[in-house]
Design a protein around this ligand. Structure first.
Ligand SMILES: Nc1ncnc2c1ncn2[C@@H]1O[C@H](COP(=O)(O)OP(=O)(O)OP(=O)(O)O)[C@@H](O)[C@H]1O
Ligand SMILES: [Mg+2]
Length: 269
């Protein structure tokens, strides 16, 4: 069909600025391209503009200036009626999980599919698959309040990817978790990316960034100050990584994932 369209970057920002009224310049003249299949860490001090950049991608905020294209759609020109369609192609997770408190783990994961045209049987199968992947099979009937922080974040991740999104956006996904639990979530994000989903993670976690050694985009004062492949959290630490991907996936938080994954692995370039 549209030959070559998939070769476009999945995310492109050109000359993007965001001013919150009356005069907070959160982002200034940002240029950024992210290719399909990439894993990108967005780092920078508090208030530097990380969450703002992410919110522009799923149209929670609108740019003041510049052009943003996400998965071939110009989100800066998009009307409000197109926003739900954009969001169905994306998965988003937050530091505070945002699970529906009165629904069980399984119901939370199923939620994005309930409003879709899928049959009850298809939804049940897909949810079972996701429960397996994130290791929550035994907790599927629990309510969010009955889960640990790490379990809640795994449920939130499962919900975010249940639709098979082309892009997963995570804003400080390990912000509320202890180091060991953070490691599990980091592995899960690597696994999701390994299966072909583009992943963007805003984080303050030096441990997480250094564990994966992926592309690091650093923002300060609303401007990109560093953009480096296979990088560490601190510039000075940058160096060759000892096959981090293989190790993470092999020791994975979700051993069944590789077999169970429905994914888009074959689409990776
Ligand atoms: N809704 C808003 N209204 C007004 N100003 C805002 C709003 N959201 C963010 N800001 C301001 O924009 C700037 C960038 O904020 P942003 O939340 O993007 O930073 P961040 O890098 O995500 O920080 P943190 O690491 O603390 O999450 C800050 O000066 C912040 O005070
Ligand atoms: Mg933030």
């Amino acid at each position: 069909m549209f030959a070559g369209r998939d070769e476009q970057p999945i995310v492109s920002l050109k000359g993007v600025s965001k001013v919150y009224p009356p005069s907070t310049a959160a982002l200034t003249d940002v240029d950024l391209e992210i290719e399909r299949g990439e894993f990108v860490f967005l780092i920078g001090p508090s208030g530097s503009g990380k969450s703002t950049l992410l919110r522009l991608l799923y149209r929670e905020e609108q740019a003041t200036k510049g052009r943003i294209v996400v998965n071939n759609r110009d989100v800066t020109a998009m009307g409000p009626s197109d926003v739900p369609f954009l969001r169905r192609q994306l998965g988003v997770v937050f530091q505070d999980f945002k699970l529906l408190p009165r629904k069980t783990v399984a119901e939370n994961i199923a939620f994005p599919l309930v409003v879709s045209e899928f049959s009850a049987r298809a939804i049940r199968l897909r949810v079972a698959q996701l429960l397996e992947i994130v290791g929550l099979k035994d907790r599927r009937h629990a309510l969010p309040a009955e889960l640990s922080g790490g379990e809640q974040q795994r449920a939130a991740l499962a919900r975010a990817i249940v639709n098979n999104p082309v892009l997963l956006i995570a804003d400080e996904p390990t912000g509320n978790l202890d180091p060991e639990t953070s490691r599990g979530i980091t592995q899960l994000l690597a696994e999701i990316n390994f299966r072909g989903t583009t992943v963007i993670v805003a984080t303050h976690s030096e441990v997480m960034v250094n564990a994966l050694r992926r592309r690091v985009v650093a923002i300060e004062g609303g401007m990109i100050v560093r953009d480096q492949a296979r990088a560490a959290y601190r510039d000075a630490d940058a160096g060759p990584a000892a096959q981090p991907d293989r190790r993470l996936v092999a020791s994975g938080a979700a051993p069944a994932a590789a077999a169970a994954w429905p994914g888009r692995g074959s689409r990776r370039g």
